[in-house]
Ligand binder design. Sequence first.
Ligand SMILES: C[S@@+](CC[C@H](N)C(=O)[O-])C[C@H]1O[C@@H](n2cnc3c(N)ncnc32)[C@H](O)[C@@H]1O
Length: 263
Amino acid sequence: MNDFPAGMVWLVGAGPGDPELVTRKAERLIGLGTVVFHDALVGPGVLELAAPGARLVHVGKRSGRHSKDQRTIDQLIVQAALAGERVVRLKGGDPAIFGRMAEELSACRTAGVPVRICPGVTAASAAAASLGASLTLRGLARKLTFVTAHARTGEPLDLDWKALADPDATLVVYMGKAAAADVSRHLIVAGLPGSTPVALVESASLPEEGQFHTRLDLLPLVARTALGEGPALLLIGAALADSAQPSGRANAVTGTACESAAT
Ligand SMILES: C[S@@+](CC[C@H](N)C(=O)[O-])C[C@H]1O[C@@H](n2cnc3c(N)ncnc32)[C@H](O)[C@@H]1O
């Protein structure tokens, strides 16, 4: 299939970390790239899918530790394509979800570089699967909202808290670790009960994954004391209630973590 000629860019979703959650299409494209520009959150197992001679370029951004700014990344991928490389821009999860994909797409289009998108499994799907939870529930969670709690340094979180404090919805907060206390406070002030179930999932799909169950009013404490250095999601809403029931390995771990976090 010649959908990846020289001089082209594919924006590829790498999934949440587990190499088995990479799509077959992504695997094929990664293997065809002559250069792979990848984020910090792309797991080592996924990078192993690159061809032996391919150049791997780390352009990752983790909060507070930006190694390359977005404009530089846009330029790098465009220049590589114009130089005749087959460019894979490998992004954690799904590139279209909090992935700054639009800028890269636009930079390629402006430069006349052919560009396409390969979707990936987003972190919320991986976290829900690990929890054994459904993000939507008939009659209980009719709406699913993905929101980012990332704010520019020094700026307050500017979100529509009234709309987010919806008892019939599941709210998944990306990049919410540092802002967990604000998220909890704002949602409670906007009317969501403090007893609303919350699950925190760190490094979803990876061997070091951690799951923690709590309630909205205790979220700041659990986020502060239980979470480590890995990427984490906050999942909030009635749909998360059942995932806290002990039913397997992960939930047994959860019970311990939750107890120690609350003491
Ligand atoms: C810049 S966003 C990228 C999201 C990505 N495009 C996706 O679809 O999952 C990075 C945030 O995604 C979440 N995230 C990414 N991978 C994760 C994982 N394996 N486990 C938990 N959260 C993850 C964290 O909230 C992290 O701060």
